[in-house]
Design a protein around this ligand. Structure first.
Ligand code: NAD
Ligand code: FE2
Length: 385
C-alpha cells in the first residue's frame, strides 16, 4: 500500500513519500517569499537535507546553530538571523528540537517581551502580539514529537535548569509536509526513541482523566500504529510503508495529547533538562513504571486498549507487552543506563510535580509519588518483572 494523503486537521498536512518536493510551491501558496530554513547542524549535513533545498530554484538561507534539547540562546540567535535577513516565514526542518526552534523563532521574532513571559501557564499567551507571529511550514524528519502539529515549543531555561513550554495558538504551523523518505536514514536508537515518544503521547493522553473523546479516539489508533509499525521500521529501516504510518502516528500523538499528558512527561522533562537525555528514550524507559504506579486509576482504559490491540491479559498483559517491546527495541530497563543519577531524586521529583504535564496524571502527582516512580525506574524495580 502506498499512502498519499492531504488532511486539514489540525492543520494542513500532506503525508506522502517525496512530498518535500512541494516545499517551494507550499511557500508560494502561503505568501512566504523570503523563508528562513531552521534545522539542526546534524541534519543540515545529511543527504536528506539536499531534498529540502532542491525544491527551490535558489539556495534558501539556513539557520542551524541549535542543539538537541534547545536552549534560550538558540532562539535568541535565530531571532537575530530572522530579523537581520528580513525573512517573512520559517521552514522548520528536523526532529522536535529543530521544529520547536523554528516555531519559537517565528513566534518570538515579532515580540518585545522576554521569551519566558510566554510560558504555558494560564492565559500568559495572550501577552503576545498575535499579528507579529510569522508563519511556519513544518517538515518533520523524525516520527515522534508531533511538534509539526502542535501549538507549543519546548526550550530549556539554562539559568533555572528546566524545560519550559511556550504556547501560543498561532504557533501551529500553517502547513506540514510529512515525507517518510526523510526519516529512512534515522539511526536505530533515534527511530526507537522518537517512536516511543509518539507512543507515550497517545498512551498518556488515553490515561489522562479529562473529557476529550475525540483526542481519546485518535490516541487509541495512534497506539496501534506505533505498536504495529515501530518494530517493522527497526527491523527494516527502508520500510517506507511503516515509516509512513509512524509519521501519521507521531502527528496523532500530538493531537491526542491535547487531552493531557502525565507522569512520563512530567518526569522526562526535568530529567532531560538536568541530564540531557533523549526525550523520547527517557519516556520509553519510564513507561512501564508510570503505568504500574497509575494502575488503579487506568485499569479500565488500559483493559480496553489491550482488547483493541489484541493483547491478552488486560492491564497486566499490556504492561508485560510494553516491557517486552522495549527489550526487543533495545530500550534500556533503567534510567541509570541513560546516565541518570538516582541520587538527585529530590530535585527531579520536586521539578516533576510542577511540570505542566503532571496535572494530566490520573493519580495525584505528589512529590512522594514522583520520587517513588523515579527511584523504581533508576533501580529497575517493576512489580511483576
Ligand atoms: N513541541 C512539542 O510538542 C514537543 C513534544 C515532544 C518533544 N518535544 C521536544 O522535541 C525534542 C526531541 O525531538 P526529537 O526526538 O525529534 O529529536 P531531536 O530533534 O533532538 O533530534 C535528535 C537527533 O536526530 C538527528 N536527526 C533528526 N532527523 C534525522 C534524520 N532524518 N536522519 C538522521 N538524523 C536525524 C538530529 O540531527 C539530532 O542529532 C526535545 O527537545 C523535546 O523536548 C517537543
Ligand atoms: Fe514527548
Amino acid at each position: 500500500m502506498s499512502v498519499s494523503a492531504a488532511w486539514s486537521f489540525p492543520t494542513t498536512l500532506r503525508l506522502a513519500a517525496g512530498c518535500v518536493a512541494e516545499l517551494a510551491e507550499t511557500c508560494q501558496h502561503h505568501g512566504i517569499d523570503r523563508p528562513l530554513i531552521v534545522t539542526d547542524p546534524g541534519f543540515a549535513e545529511l543527504r536528506a537535507f539536499d531534498a529540502v533545498q532542491s525544491s527551490f530554484d535558489h539556495p534558501v538561507p539556513v539557520f542551524c546553530s541549535i542543539r538537541s534539547n534547545p536552549v534560550g540562546a538558540n532562539i535568541d540567535d535565530g531571532v537575530e538571523a530572522f530579523r537581520s535577513g528580513g525573512h517573512d516565514g520559517v521552514i522548520a526542518v528536523g526532529g522536535g528540537s529543530a521544529l520547536d526552534c523554528g516555531k519559537l523563532i517565528a513566534f518570538h521574532a515579532g515580540q518585545t517581551r522576554p521569551l519566558w513571559d510566554f510560558e504555558d501557564i494560564g492565559d500568559r499567551w495572550t501577552r503576545a502580539d498575535a499579528q507579529a507571529i510569522a508563519p511556519v511550514i513544518a517538515v518533520p524528519t523524525t516520527a515522534g514529537t508531533g511538534s509539526e502539529v502542535g501549538r507549543a515549543g519546548v526550550v530549556i531555561d539554562e539559568d533555572a535548569q528546566r524545560k519550559v513550554i511556550i504556547f501560543h495558538p498561532k504557533m501551529m504551523p500553517i502547513a506540514v509536509l510529512s515525507d517518510p523518505e526523510l526519516t529512512v536514514g534515522l539511526p536505530a536508537d533515534l527511530t526507537v526513541g522518537t517512536g516511543m515518544d509518539a507512543l507515550a503521547h497517545s498512551l498518556e493522553a488515553l490515561c489522562a482523566p479529562s473529557y476529550h473523546p475525540m483526542a481519546h479516539g485518535i490516541g487509541l489508533e495512534g497506539c496501534r500504529l506505533v505498536l504495529e509499525h515501530l518494530p517493522r521500521v527497526v527491523r527494516d529501516p527502508g520500510d517506507l510503508e511503516s515509516r509512513t504510518h509512524m509519521m501519521a502516528a507521531a502527528a496523532m500523538g500530538a493531537v491526542a495529547f491535547q487531552k493531557g499528558l502525565g507522569g512520563m512527561h512530567a518526569l522526562a522533562h526535568p530529567i532531560g533538562a538536568v541530564f540531557d537525555t533523549h526525550h523520547g528514550m527517557t519516556n520509553a524507559v519510564l513507561m512501564p513504571y508510570v503505568l504500574a504506579a497509575n494502575r488503579p486509576a487506568i485499569d479500565e482504559t488500559i483493559t480496553r486498549l489491550a482488547a483493541y490491540l489484541d493483547v491478552p491479559g488486560g492491564t497486566d498483559g499490556f504492561i508485560d507487552h510494553i516491557v517486552s517491546l522495549r527489550g526487543d527495541l533495545g530500550v534500556p530497563h533503567r534510567l541509570t543506563d541513560l546516565g541518570v543519577d538516582a541520587g538527585r531524586v529530590g530535585e527531579i521529583a520536586a521539578a516533576a510535580t510542577v511540570d505542566p504535564s503532571a496535572g494530566g496524571n490520573p493519580v495525584p502527582f505528589t512529590e512522594a509519588f514522583a520520587a517513588d516512580v523515579f527511584v523504581n525506574a533508576c533501580t529497575g524495580t517493576l512489580e511483576g518483572s
